[in-house]
Design a protein around this ligand. Structure first.
Ligand SMILES: NC(=O)c1ccc[n+]([C@@H]2O[C@H](COP(=O)([O-])OP(=O)(O)OC[C@H]3O[C@@H](n4cnc5c(N)ncnc54)[C@H](O)[C@@H]3O)[C@@H](O)[C@H]2O)c1
Length: 398
């Protein structure tokens, strides 16, 4: 698998390079990209390194950067990402894919050295993964980020760090601004370990900035949806859309009165592009999300209508869905005043656009599955190996 990816993408010779013994602290990056020889030819030095670029948000960002003519290198271990997400990017001269982990310090160091800016999106994401592999997830989400930040500091590279609205924990007041309080449950609950790992990432970036001048920007994504989002990791809209398309009942956890806001991934990418080269954004944290609030029960009804489905809605208590002790927040609404003030950004797609895309994506995946082109688990959602129950979180946004 790895060999075939490397040969498809023409990446060789990244592994086995020792870390420099000593590197000076941050220096200014060169103003213009230079040309560098690659094993498969000559290409302009990659301007952007996108970790997690084979994932949902990362792959849309890669497409947008390539469309702007920017050279891009992706580092991804394909744990939740998929090569087909990069189908549009793969044939392009300005694009390179490296199959590897952000935990591989020498690999990360070499890739960061050879780029101008890092968009760090790689993370263990989704309720299922975090609950089933809590230690591995925590390690990727802390050590992986520390590795990326350490190399960015070493070579004076700009970093945009993907964080999350989970940072705010159970704070159900709203709209939440970047300085709103974090309200968390016990650290023994895996959900809060994801929130805490991302908080550690944010703290690291901030301390490197204060002490060494790291040029970092933190973006906190609220619920993001759109094409290529897998239903297998606890995302409510892809799951509801597939259930509606199949005519199956949509399962709402809890009362269904809990509310969320969903932003189309294309608007998220526009926000990222507006921040990417903005000098004033260095040292700042931004919420990125929609302020169109909807309850999960209303969401289920809207998706059924959008899919013209005959599905019904079932309710399941949190304890039935997740076991005892599951904690969730009633509301999660972002205040994006700061992002709008810094960049002039505003979303161009509303919830109807989001749902139309989700239903179209679900239709295409379900029909490919009928033709045997997509695995059952991928189209329908994963199953807990111990209980045989479908482990898909309704309202959980991680
Ligand atoms: N989608 C959302 O609603 C949302 C909300 C809040 C925060 N985020 C954050 O946005 C980022 C992207 O999330 P996404 O929704 O696109 O999820 P995703 O799972 O589609 O993308 C994550 C990518 O990281 C890769 N990855 C995981 N571990 C890795 C490792 N050790 N080394 C290299 N690559 C690795 C995965 O293969 C995947 O391609 C993450 O940092 C996530 O925490 C997403």
């Amino acid at each position: 698998m790895q060999d075939s990816i490397h040969s498809i993408c023409g990446i060789h010779g990244y592994r086995g390079h020792a870390l420099p013994v000593h590197m000076p602290p941050a220096t200014s990056p060169p103003a213009t990209p230079h040309r560098q020889k690659w094993s498969d030819g000559v290409m302009e030095r990659p301007k952007y390194l996108v970790t997690g670029g084979a994932g949902f948000i990362g792959s849309h960002l890669v497409d947008a950067l390539l469309a702007r003519g920017e050279p891009v290198v992706v580092l991804d271990d394909l744990s939740t990402g998929r090569m087909e997400n990069l189908a549009g990017a793969r044939g392009q001269d300005n694009f390179k894919f490296v199959h590897g982990s952000v935990l591989d310090a020498s690999l990360v160091d070499e890739l960061v050295r050879d780029c101008d800016s890092v968009m760090h999106l790689a993370a263990a994401v989704g309720v299922k993964l975090i609950v089933e592999q809590p230690l591995n997830s925590f390690t990727i989400n802390t050590k992986g980020t520390e590795t990326v930040i350490g190399s960015a500091h070493r070579y004076g590279r700009r970093v945009i760090l993907a964080s999350t609205s989970e940072i705010y924990g159970k704070n159900s007041s709203g709209p939440l601004s970047e300085t709103s309080d974090r309200i968390l449950g016990s650290p023994s609950i895996p959900r809060w370990s994801y929130s805490t790992a991302k908080a550690v990432d944010e703290i690291l970036a901030e301390l490197y900035r204060r002490e060494y001048g790291l040029r970092s920007t933190i973006v906190r994504f609220f619920n993001t949806v759109g094409p290529r989002q897998s239903p297998a990791y606890g995302m409510v809209i892809p799951r509801f859309a597939r259930q509606a398309v199949r005519g199956e009942p949509l399962t709402v956890y809890g009362t269904g009165e809990q509310s969320r806001c969903f932003l189309h991934v294309a608007d998220v990418v526009e926000a990222l592009l507006s921040l990417i080269d903005l000098p004033d954004a260095v040292g700042e944290t931004f919420n990125i999300g929609s302020d169109e609030e909807i309850s999960i029960l209303d969401l289920a009804e809207r998706i059924i209508a959008c899919a013209e489905s005959t599905s019904s809605v079932n309710r399941l208590s949190y304890s039935e869905a997740y076991g005892p002790g599951f904690e969730d927040m009633e509301r999660r609404v972002p205040d994006t005043t700061k992002l709008r003030a810094f960049t002039g950004w505003q979303p161009h797609r509303n919830l109807d656009d989001v749902l139309a895309d989700a239903v179209a994506d679900a239709r295409s995946e379900v029909s490919r599955q009928v033709l045997g082109l997509v695995a059952e688990g991928q189209a329908k959602g994963d199953t807990d190996s111990s209980t045989g129950q479908t482990v898909l979180a309704g309202p959980c946004p991680v």
